[in-house]
Design a protein around this ligand. Sequence first.
Ligand code: SF4
Length: 256
Amino acid sequence: MSHRTITSRRVTNAQAGGSHPITQQPLIELKRKARRIHNTLLKTYGVPVWNRLDGVSELVSTILSQNTNDGNRDLAYTRLRARFKTWEAVRDADPEAVIEAIRPAGLANQKGPRIQAALRRITEARGELNIDFLRDLPVEEARGWLTSINGVGPKTAAIVLLFCYDMPLFPVDTHIHRVAGRLGLIGPKVTAEQAHTIMEQLCPPGQHGTFHINIIRHGREICHARRPQCERCPLQGECDDYARRRAEETRQGECA
Ligand code: SF4
């Protein structure tokens, strides 16, 4: 998990039935489309389950996951937990010892100091290594607090707030950015950062974690970056990219 200031970018006309400010498509239609896609993915992959970590553990795990795969992240996380008994011990450790423990995650020289700085920042702000207070904050306030920590961007914040505190956020990683773009849920020029806000609004209420995980799975198993397996994709009928390519093939066939 498969997350920079966002507060001011929150679109407020989602429920008003207006057009999306970036895609210019009617929001109501995009929401219906998102729900159909969600239902199809549920039929295809089922309801995913995920391990629920405490907020600090999820934050550390998510920092470790930046620019690497789940396997490397998990190995680094396991080594870190084995080497240090508590997050306080990680915070106060020799930076080289932390870097060595998390080396499998890559960019250890950046991630180690980043993790320790985040742990120090939480301690300074809260007097302890616990961020459960975020659960009681308004979503934008909680997101703003987390993203004020150096190295915590919108994806990391969204992962922590969604998977630890059930907030209706939508982390956008490379798979989600690609798949949502091909499907036409987000426009071709929408950045991953902008896509967070859009997907939050398009997602069926209460389904953010499930939809997020199933889109990532779809990106990994079928809608690959280089060669999407459209011939076996259950979302063909919803996919703008597929329709565009088919139309282009038809046009070329007529010209031949
Ligand atoms: S039809 Fe192809 S491009 Fe579209 S979502 Fe499916 S696999 Fe991806």
